[in-house]
Design a protein around this ligand. Structure first.
Ligand SMILES: [Zn+2]
Ligand SMILES: [Zn+2]
Length: 138
């Protein structure tokens, strides 16, 4: 279980009991950099021989988001996607294949002002289009 040492420490640091299902899910997310959906995560874990329900996957991911271990990537007209990168960053979304690419951005440099905002919890930027992988396959 050495591969779970890191995720065990992360959960304990947040005061979350490191159950096997939680360890499995956080470990999965640390190896997934493509912003998977609940559906995908569940299907992959079942394929790996683990038996857990989709509701458990959803509830566990929600717990992780609430504790800052994951971020929720909100895109209109599509399922929620989960992000292991919890710092502020920008996304390029491919409208053809659905891939989401992480891009670092210096939000302070942008110097955006929101006069009505009392408190900013998270900063997101989305660019949309077609990715190189899709155009080279044409
Ligand atoms: Zn694409
Ligand atoms: Zn991301």
């Amino acid at each position: 279980m050495k591969e779970f040492d890191r995720v065990t420490a992360l959960l304990e640091a947040k005061g979350i009991k490191p159950s096997l299902q939680r360890l499995l899910l956080l470990h999965y997310m640390h190896n997934a950099h493509d912003h998977p959906t609940v559906e995908r995560i569940h299907a992959d874990l079942v394929k790996q021989g683990h038996s857990l329900s989709k509701a458990t996957v959803y509830n566990t991911l929600t717990l992780f988001v609430q504790n800052g271990l994951l971020r929720l990537v909100g895109l209109d007209h599509s399922e929620a996607r989960y992000d292991i990168l919890t710092c502020d960053h920008a996304h390029f979304v491919c409208e053809r294949c659905g891939a989401i690419y992480d891009v670092p951005v210096d939000f302070d440099q942008l110097n955006l002002q929101f006069p009505e905002a009392e408190q900013v919890r998270q900063r997101d930027i989305f660019y949309r289009g077609v990715c190189k992988r899709c155009t080279t396959q044409d």
